[in-house]
Design a protein around this ligand. Structure first.
Ligand code: MCN
Length: 786
């Protein structure tokens, strides 16, 4: 790379447009479209005896009403189970509209289409559904008791059960190792249910012109939505386009494909021959999308006098809600990545994923890792407390050392492949975080504590992503990739990669994401994969284009391509800047169909190289134009890591918990843009503070989500989030050409563990349940201090 743009804190170029209200989100489109609205179940568990749509039919503006029975067979099928797994013996997904039974409050039962949303909602309110109530299963204890079933054909409510065991080198299992250990501890940890709350909810808008279907969706996975919609509607793929416009946050919830509405709205558009749109409201987001986190973990650990873990046995109970559209990826991530940066003697982990009559669980930023890190970091703190050692010393004693990479934790991931850490330097990160937060000089006093948490995260999963790069005759570079953006700053970071690879000023580079007209094959933005997978694909596509540009320029300059370099958009002979040709001219020369549309084309006529009468205008095997496409398929994940530390103060009277300092040392390999990465980390930490102190889904015994609005579901304001002090370590990944690891979930993953560690330090008693509110801390004080 010739231009120093990779690694620079370039300002996010998407922000002026988005911050001045020029973004085009789903609900900004299709202003004239018909509006869809849904009757959703008010009950957590019931059989539908009858649906009477009659009273709604007189509503002015009503266009159509559909129940499950009105749907053609393909459309009415149960939604796909996206990621099957052999351990998921009883995977279950919902129907787009409820068929006979509803299994959580909010499940869609009837779709109404009207001239506007008011009329659609009015009609919904008049539709009468006769429900035969069933006792709902709410909470993990009730689910495992198994007296009531969420799905009649799923005994004990158990969807999946999986055990993985990595014995010690001598062959001892974890349980044996624990029994033989000098010290043992057993404890239970709880993390409550939460959810991603993007500012913009889900939404879909569809247009059918009698031949082609165009769907706009607020999605993280436009190509997968396209495949799902085409399959459900029986359309050939080329007749369906799916476009993700500006997307106001996703945080995981928009990876599910298709959501019921993503099938129903396009189907209604085709059936009615009219444009139809649905935009989720906040209450629908609470009760009809997806949640995550809810887990109970039973831990038993054996360790030596230094705090080294000799055996670890973790049993996880995972609340999967009513359905498993995304398989069991969340508990799989928890159990396989739980060990983080530590080597343990022997490890046994088992999880049981159970159904409850609550909103289904799919990945939410961090996707099972916050729970695993909470488990491992609580374990480290408890060992330290038991031995009277410094908490960082116990971590240090257990770290995998830099010279041990690649390091195989012995765990098998969702795809059946081993998880192998590629690179890292955990001792150095610990040194850095201790220095940043001032660990050794911290003045502890009652009501003021310091906490720490470490994690490792597999990022950049495959199977692939593509990049397309075109240089036009005005010297501009047009980059596109199939994955979508929800605010991660891809327009800037990908432009940096292209500008650096091609030696052009970044102002000349534009980036388009999430449009299936440009990319038929793409995967999506989730699992901190965009930078690694699309970033490398774009770099590879640029390298193809660069090579072609050098070849054409060499011809024109009568030089050897090996002697050429590109800087500031000029291809020049190394060491002789005067012998140069602009990339814009090279782009003109690359297309033998030349008209003097502009000055650049006219200028190109002075170079005769490619126009020689002895050669064909386009060389054999070569395409006209200066463009290229390439794909990058990672062989396996690359492992980012981070260490966070925080100082909290707890009020002696009100038990309010205030995070007064928060520090992060992060390693995502080579940084494309440190400012973007810091922004990602800051946002993640804010989200993590929400999870640690405020955010929880509260269900009553009837399965009603009682805090389904922003009046009652607490989120942190800027006033609750301190400035996040950030430092970076760069251990490049040896697995991909750019040496990148992912960063998008980094901020959120260890926050609950860090705050628990700090509150525990301030209060002197164990904090084993998250989130922790002032009233819970107050109660805990009463219990622990008598
Ligand atoms: N980056 C970088 N250098 C690196 C790694 C990443 O400069 N070594 C930059 C990337 O170029 C990108 C950003 O950091 O601009 C995040 O990159 P990456 O880690 O690849 O994550 P993704 O782009 O795949 O984003 C997904 C991730 C996830 S999984 C969730 S959930 C999440 C998150 O990103 N949802 C978000 N961050 C979000 N940020 C916003 N604003 N909105 C969401 O919905």
């Amino acid at each position: 790379m010739t231009t120093k743009l990779f690694g620079e804190p370039v300002q996010r170029r998407e922000d002026p447009r988005l911050l001045t209200g020029q973004g085009r989100y789903l609900d900004d489109l299709g202003r004239e479209a018909l509006a869809a609205a849904f009757v959703r179940s008010p009950h957590a568990h019931a059989r539908i005896r009858d649906i009477d749509v009659g009273p709604a039919l007189d509503v002015e503006g009503l266009v159509a009403v559909y129940t499950w029975e009105d749907l053609p067979e393909r459309v009415g099928r149960a939604l796909p189970l996206l990621i099957p797994h052999p351990a998921l013996t009883h995977g279950r997904t919902a129907y787009p509209l409820a068929r006979e039974v509803v299994r959580h409050v909010g499940e869609p039962v009837v779709m109404v289409v009207a001239t506007d949303r008011y009329a659609a909602e009015d009609a919904c309110a008049l539709i009468e559904v006769d429900y035969e109530l069933r006792k709902p299963v709410v909470g993990l204890e009730e689910a495992v008791h198994g007296a009531q079933l969420v799905h009649e054909d799923v005994p004990g409510n158990v969807g999946a059960h999986l055990v993985q065991e990595v014995p010690a080198p001598g062959g001892h299992g974890a349980r044996e190792a624990i029994e033989a250990a000098p010290h043992t501890l057993s404890f239970r940890l709880d993390i409550e249910r939460s959810a991603s709350m993007p500012l913009e909810g889900r939404g879909v808008y569809a247009r059918w012109d009698g031949r082609d279907l165009r769907v706009y969706s607020s999605t993280q996975t436009s190509t997968s939505v396209r495949m799902a919609v085409a399959a459900a509607l029986g359309l050939p793929l080329p007749q369906v386009e799916v476009i993700a416009p500006d997307v106001g946050g996703g945080f995981g919830v928009k990876i599910v494909h298709p959501w019921p509405e993503e099938v129903l709205v396009p189907w209604a558009a085709m059936t009615l021959g009219r444009e139809v749109k649905w935009a989720e409201d906040r209450r629908e987001h609470f009760i009809s999308s997806a949640h995550e986190r809810a887990q109970v973990q039973h831990v038993r650990v054996g360790f030596d006098d230094e705090g080294r873990v000799l055996g670890l046995d973790v049993s996880i109970l995972h609340d999967h809600g009513a359905y498993t559209p995304y398989g069991i990826i969340v508990p799989i991530v928890t159990s396989t990545q739980l060990l983080g940066p530590y080597r343990v003697g022997a490890y046994r982990v088992e999880f049981t994923a159970v159904y409850t009559n609550t909103v289904q669980v799919t990945p939410y930023r961090g996707a099972g890792r916050p729970q695993g890190v909470f488990c491992m970091e609580r374990t480290m703190d408890k060992i330290a407390r038991h031995l009277g050692k410094d908490r960082t010393a116990v971590r240090e004693a257990n770290f995998i050392r830099p010279e041990e990479f690649p390091y195989d934790q012995g765990m098998i991931f969702q795809d059946g492949r081993p998880l192998i850490y590629d690179s890292g330097d955990y001792p150095e990160m610990l040194r850095m975080i201790k220095e940043l937060i001032g660990w050794d000089s911290f003045e502890r006093r009652p009501g003021r504590g310091i906490g720490i948490g470490c994690y490792v995260e597999g990022t950049g999963v495959g199977p692939y992503e593509g990049g397309h790069v075109q240089i036009t005759s005005d010297g501009r570079v047009h980059v596109s990739t199939g994955l979508t953006s929800q605010g991660q700053g891809h327009e800037t970071a990908f432009a940096q990669i292209a500008a650096a690879e091609l030696g052009v000023p970044i102002e000349r580079v534009s980036v388009v994401t999430g449009d299936t007209r440009r990319f038929a094959y793409a995967v999506g933005t989730f699992a901190s994969r965009a930078a690694v997978v699309s970033g490398n694909a774009i770099a590879l596509a640029c390298r193809k284009v660069r090579e072609k540009a050098l070849r054409i320029a060499a011809d024109a300059l009568e030089a050897d391509p090996a002697d050429l370099d590109i800087a500031d958009g000029l291809v020049h002979v190394a060491g002789t800047p005067s012998a140069s040709i602009p990339l814009s001219t090279v782009a003109v020369l690359a297309n033998p169909l030349r008209y003097a549309f502009d000055e650049e084309a006219a200028k190109a006529t002075q170079f005769s190289g490619t126009a020689s009468p002895d050669r064909p205008p386009v060389a054999e095997g070569e395409e006209p134009g200066l463009e290229g496409r390439d794909y990058y398929s990672p062989i396996r994940s690359t492992f980012a890591a981070g260490m966070h530390a925080a100082v909290v103060e707890t009020d002696p009277d009100t038990a309010e918990i205030k995070v007064v300092r928060y520090a992060v040392v992060h390693d995502c390999g080579r940084l494309i843009n440190p400012m973007i990465v810091e922004g990602q980390i800051h946002g993640g930490v804010a989200q993590g503070i929400g999870g640690a102190l405020y955010e929880r889904m509260v269900y009553d015994q009837h399965g009603q989500l009682v805090n389904a609005s922003f009046m009652d579901f607490l989120m942190p304001y800027a006033t609750e989030v301190p400035h996040v002090e950030t430092d970076h370590l760069e251990t490049p990944s040896p697995l991909n050409p750019l040496g990148i690891k992912g960063a998008g979930e980094a901020g959120v993953i260890p926050v609950s563990a860090v705050i628990a560690s700090a509150v525990e330090d301030a209060e002197g008693f164990a904090v084993d349940r998250m989130p922790i509110s002032p009233s819970e801390l107050f109660e805990a004080r009463r219990r622990n201090r008598g």
